[in-house]
Design a protein around this ligand. Structure first.
Ligand SMILES: [Cu+2]
Length: 211
């Protein structure tokens, strides 16, 4: 095909039927695309993800490191992280709490608009005082929570956290526990597990999205 550089009116009028055809094809393509999106939206609304997601987390009534009663309702209005563990944990808990502390520090003043809850799976030894001593090494936005063994069992169950006592020598014991950090939104709904396998900046940016 030849295209004259000085096409002028003549060239434009000759191109017209083709332009119309192109527009028609483009229109059909865009309509198809819009339909695809509509179908994807419909399907994603109907997937059973929603009830499963909503089933993580739930009401609790526990005691913080200062002896105050803290409930799930107190968290409403700000996104928060939840992590289960115990103060005598040799490795996973201190590492995780350190990483969460770094993220909270990175948030600067915005950290006031969020929370990180550290819920003990060893309420026998993790009294409010034990939690307070332990958390003094971490960011001040961290809230340590304990309670009687039934309250802890109930909150762990609602987050699908599994934990158990592992006997050691001389009557001592340690704990095995699920070590997932949960991200909950402002309404207290589970968003997703919160990955710490990225830079502090990336984690802080992710958390900031839910403020
Ligand atoms: Cu641990």
């Amino acid at each position: 095909m030849s295209v004259s550089p000085q096409g002028g009116d003549d060239e434009r009028s000759r191109m017209n039927p083709r332009s119309v055809r192109i527009l028609l094809v483009l229109g059909a393509f865009l309509t198809g695309l819009a339909l695809c999106f509509a179908i994807i939206l419909l399907v994603s609304e109907q997937t059973p993800m929603r009830p499963a997601v909503a089933a993580i987390g739930g009401p609790f009534r526990l005691t913080d490191q200062d002896g105050r009663t803290v409930t799930d309702q107190d968290q409403k209005g700000r996104p928060f992280l939840v992590f289960f563990g115990f103060t005598r944990c040799p490795e996973i808990c201190p590492t995780t709490l350190f990483e969460i502390s770094e993220i909270l520090r990175k948030l600067g003043p915005d950290a006031d608009r969020t929370r990180a809850l550290f819920i003990t799976v060893d309420p026998e030894r993790d009294t409010p005082k034990a939690l307070k001593d332990y958390l003094s090494s971490f960011d001040a936005h961290m809230v340590g929570l304990t309670g009687d063994s039934d309250a802890i069992a109930a909150v762990a169950k609602s987050y699908r956290v599994i934990y158990r006592k592992v006997p050691l020598d001389q009557g001592d014991y340690t704990m095995d526990h699920t070590a997932i950090v949960y991200l909950m939104d402002k309404q207290g709904r589970f968003v997703s597990p919160f990955s710490l396998r990225r830079t502090t900046e990336a984690s802080a940016a992710e958390l900031r999205k839910y403020l």
